[in-house]
Design a binder for this molecule. Structure first.
Ligand SMILES: [Zn+2]
Length: 708
């Protein structure tokens, strides 16, 4: 058979290493606390000795427990741990330990009292870690615990210390490790010292909202005091030269967010390097792989996102049962806000990108309401939780205004710090600050249609007409239509005329809304929602082909050409994995029939002999002979590479793309990078370095009317 399929079980969806997320211990050990009643207060005095050569830790936890009168106390600890002591007030206690559940009998005499519980244990943690994964679905690549010479990484969910469901948990943590190995966790550093061949790091967490994670490595620590707050980097040698640039940026972000939302909620903020690629935002620190930390744009993007999570997600906590609002809000006040600080054009382009992601990566089969979003597991969930979530905050801001929007966020942060908040809490906070007709606005319909319900409107312009009355004044009339059930939205109409531009806001409530607007001159064109201010489903004509068009396609066929040489199939396979393509297949160019072509989205690996297949590549990119040009720059070296997504040669609702190098053979490093440029239509690389990128312009759509 000419058409071959890649096994889909080896292919998972890719979401990009640079989008970081907040994790909670409860998400990693789902439901473990479900059956237990929280006890009022716990203090851990935890001593950990790390033995990297045997991947083992020895732990001893002295807990002061105030119980709630229950006859047993339940702890959670790694199921494979060996218990060396379980004592109550220094006497051996009765217990049962199975499946990670440690149930300790509390003597009757101590019921309801405070007592000292001692748990001694030993456990090996040795998950295998990826060196350079192709796929980055999960910010930790499924790793929950490893103790090694390269470093230590222990998520709360690994059960590295005894966890007890409590309303208030405080820790003192002492980590004893081989000389030079520094440990980091949440809370405040009490310092570190080296005694003989061991280094001891001490930490104190006054109020742990989430189970702490623990990292350790041969770090160089660079610290800076900002009043009561300490900021620090824990970097390995190769990243250390960036320490001060990171600290400058951390300081800038913290000041900016304190101004916007209120005081920073933790004692410190640290940027900690991990020894394998991760992207975690923990309370008071972020843990990123070195390769990521050394990427030039992380300081201006992901770092700020992680710091914003200190207020939203780690400061105000997420009520996961009722939907995770924190990624939408954090994206809005970081990634998006930084664009807005540059220019309104950049901000509008960012919003347009969210809408393109939604149109290309989400459909009826995978859409769900925002209230059902908990965390990013694939492309569609990322688009809903992050992009749609951010757009919802944008629309609230448009609806209630600047002062009410930022004021409500400050209120919520003040009232809900270290407590769970739900979408309803946001609704109430926004309502309280808003004013409509002399009283607070009712936002029930808004939250119902954007948070509780799924879906989106797809408004279109119809019957647009211009008329000049007897006095010589121009007027424009028309209708905006939307499908059922209709959304309640406010849209901007932008009219361009010979006498200048005018804008008018219209409110849509029903399937059809008529409008009429005066024009200062002869009307030239009319556009609906020119700034992409409303979450709506774009029409295909509003979406230029891009890397994402291929990533979101369901039946991609890799067309292997002779020009790409013997490695074409390997390169195609790499692209399939890094794009997270399901149901992808490959075929040789010589076997490509019109019927097969029409039924698939196509990626040409190398230049096809039949050049008409790639003749639809729009300006400013042209392919001639074995060269390509972008604008007036020519690329003909064997180390140059072009990727261009373009209209499919045989189908109106499919996409095509070309990956080619004038030298024939394609480079693995460049191929792996493509997935990170999702929104771009074309990309040019020289020696693996991106030198050209752009998106085809949009000139016609059902939301644009142009008079001839
Ligand atoms: Zn995030």
């Amino acid at each position: 058979m000419a058409l071959h399929m890649w096994k889909s079980r080896s292919i998972r969806t890719h979401t990009g290493i640079l989008v970081l997320m907040v994790m909670t211990a409860l998400m990693i050990v789902p439901g473990v606390f479900g059956q237990t009643v929280p006890i009022p207060q716990i203090r851990h005095d935890l001593r950990i000795a790390l033995h990297p050569e045997s991947h083992r830790l020895d732990g001893r936890d002295e807990l002061i427990v105030s119980t709630n009168g229950s006859p047993t106390l339940t702890c959670f600890l790694a199921g494979h741990a060996d218990l060396t002591a379980v004592e109550i007030n220094a006497s051996p206690a009765e217990y049962r330990f199975s499946g990670g559940r440690l149930q300790i009998a509390i003597p009757k005499a101590l019921s309801g009292a405070r007592f000292r519980l001692t748990i001694g244990y030993s456990a090996v943690f040795n998950d295998s870690v990826p060196e350079m994964p192709v796929n980055t679905d999960n910010p930790g690549y499924g790793v929950t615990g490893i103790i090694s010479e390269k470093g230590t990484f222990l998520l709360a969910g690994a059960g590295w210390y005894p966890q007890i469901h409590s309303e208030r948990t405080a820790f003192r943590i002492q980590v004893d490790a081989p000389k030079g190995m520094v440990a980091v966790t949440a809370g405040r550093s009490l310092g570190r010292r080296t005694e003989g061949d061991r280094t001891v790091s001490e930490w104190q967490i006054e109020q742990a909202a989430k189970g702490p994670a623990l990292s350790a490595g041969r770090y160089t620590v660079t610290e800076r005091d900002l009043g009561d707050l300490s900021i620090a980097t824990y970097f390995f040698e190769m990243t250390q030269p960036l320490a001060n640039r990171y600290l400058d940026a951390v300081e800038r972000y913290i000041r900016m967010y304190e101004e916007l939302f209120g005081p920073y909620p933790f004692e410190k903020f640290a940027v900690v390097e991990n020894f394998f690629p991760t992207g975690y935002g923990f309370p008071s620190y972020t843990l990123m792989g070195g390769r990521v930390l050394r990427l030039p744009f992380i300081i201006t993007t992901s770092l700020g996102h992680e710091i914003a999570h200190c207020w939203w997600g780690n400061g105000v906590l997420v009520d996961y049962d009722r939907g995770n609002w924190s990624e939408g809000l954090t994206s809005y006040v970081s990634d998006y806000l930084y664009k807005e600080q540059v220019s309104e054009q950049n901000a509008a382009e960012h919003r347009r990108q969210w809408l393109r992601n939604y149109a290309t990566l989400v459909d009826a089969s995978n859409e769900f309401p925002l209230s059902a979003f908990t965390s990013r597991v694939d492309n569609p969930s990322k688009v809903i939780g992050y992009d749609k979530g951010a757009m919802v905050f944008h629309m609230i801001r448009q609806t209630i205004g600047e002062a009410a929007f930022w004021g409500a966020l400050r209120d919520l942060y003040t009232e809900k710090r270290f407590q769970k908040a739900s979408w309803t809490d946001f609704q109430l906070a926004f309502e309280r600050r808003s004013s409509c007709d002399g009283g607070p606005c009712r936002l029930d319909r808004f939250f119902d249609q954007w948070v509780t319900q799924k879906g989106s409107p797809q408004p279109v312009l119809q019957n647009v007409q211009r008329r000049k009355n007897a006095d010589g004044e121009w007027r424009v009339t028309g209708r905006v239509l939307q499908d059922s059930p209709p959304f309640d939205v406010r849209l901007t109409l932008a009219l361009n005329s010979t006498g200048g531009n005018v804008f008018q806001t219209i409110s849509l409530k029903n399937a059809e809304t008529r409008f009429e607007m005066p024009s200062p001159g002869n009307p030239q064109s009319l556009q609906l929602d020119p700034g992409a201010d409303v979450f709506r489903k774009l029409f295909p004509s509003e979406i230029p082909e891009s890397v994402n068009s291929i990533k979101g396609a369901d039946t991609v066929l890799m067309v292997l050409t002779g020009q790409a040489g013997a490695d074409a199939k390997d390169i195609a396979g790499l692209l399939v994995r890094s794009f997270g393509l399901k149901n992808a297949g490959w075929i040789s160019e010589t076997e490509l029939s019109p019927r097969v072509m029409k039924a698939h989205d196509l990626v040409f690996i190398g230049l096809p002999k039949d050049r008409t297949l790639v003749s639809g590549i729009p300006s400013p990119v042209t392919v001639e002979g074995l060269e390509f040009t972008v604008g007036n720059r020519r690329y003909s070296a064997p180390t140059d590479t072009l990727f261009a997504a373009f209209p499919h040669p045989a189908s109106d609702n499919r996409a095509a793309a070309l990956l080619f190098s004038p030298g024939g053979s394609l480079d693995v490093r460049t191929t792996m990078k493509l997935t990170h440029y999702g929104r771009y239509s074309y990309l040019g690389f020289q020696n693996g370095k991106n030198v050209e990128k752009g998106t085809w312009p949009i000139t016609a759509s059902p939301l644009i009317f142009t008079w001839q």
